[in-house]
Design a protein around this ligand. Structure first.
Ligand code: IP8
Length: 260
């Protein structure tokens, strides 16, 4: 089984609120279908969640009554994006089922407290294609908070020990420097968890409330510590997701899981 995250930067236009990149998602759905792989899919929020979450300061926990409205509005937005993703999968005859985090997990000071992992297992066993996503959630200390897709991936990896974790992003993989602002940045084809420690990242957060690239590297380090390989690939390039799903060669970065 594979844990697959499709980043919000791939399936939404991050600079324009609530814009879904349907063509890109439809192509990725086809590549998923063609691979025939058993997958748990996680997707990010992109411009359907981050802008409202930031406006209402949801990442900092409950501070004022107006945030309750912000929480609902943010959930409504990410749920809408999720419905578009699910529809795209259905159109490829993939039996997608939506598992919204707000109703099945709780955080405690941004860290995972409870998560009904077994529901994923039960749906998988019955032949469904579980889909979850970055969402607003309850937090025992902060009252309310955000659960990023990356935290979901890490938690699912720890529980399910999949054959690999895949991050579909809008870059070819990991670079020696942030490629969006450094023209001499070089793509890293293969790297170990130890070597990741030395990788510096310039912030590239757009309006992310969930830390952007720095957070992603921390997540990948933790996935590696579980002994699982992580692959980062460019979802805007046709066929790359399919090739990685079925284990064929292409352009990407592989982060080798450290065998403890
Ligand atoms: O896009 C963030 O999830 P991410 C979720 O995976 C919200 O970081 C609600 C902003």
């Amino acid at each position: 089984m594979i844990i697959l995250k499709i980043g919000g930067s791939v399936i939404t236009n991050k600079s324009q609120e609530n814009t879904f990149k349907k063509q890109t998602m439809d192509r990725l759905s086809k590549e998923i279908k063609r691979s025939g792989k058993k997958i748990i899919l996680v997707h990010g929020a992109g411009s359907f969640g981050h802008i409202t979450a930031k406006k209402y300061g949801l990442q900092n926990g409950f501070q004022e009554a107006e945030q309750i409205r912000g929480f609902s509005l943010t959930h409504k937005a990410v749920q809408k994006l999720n419905s578009y993703v699910i529809e795209s999968l259905y159109n490829q005859d993939i039996p997608a089922i939506s598992l919204p985090p707000h109703s099945m997990l709780r955080l405690n000071n941004h860290m995972l407290k409870t998560f009904e992992f077994e529901i994923f297992n039960m749906y998988l066993k019955r032949g469904f294609f579980p889909v979850t996503f970055g969402d607003v959630v309850l937090d025992d200390t902060l009252g309310i908070s955000i659960c990023s897709g990356d935290l979901l991936v890490l938690s699912l990896v720890k529980y399910f020990k999949p054959e690999k974790a895949i991050f579909v992003t809008d870059e070819d993989g990991l670079y020696t420097k942030n490629p969006k602002i450094n023209s001499d940045a070089e793509l890293i084809n293969s790297i170990t968890e130890n070597e990741l420690e030395n990788l510096t990242t310039d912030a590239d957060s757009h309006d992310d409330v969930t830390e952007g690239m720095k957070g992603k590297i921390d997540t990948i380090k933790n996935i590696s510590k579980c002994g699982i390989d992580t692959i980062l690939l460019n979802g805007n390039k046709q066929g790359r997701l399919y090739n990685v799903l079925v284990g064929e060669d292409d352009t990407y970065t592989i982060v080798h899981g450290g065998r403890a």
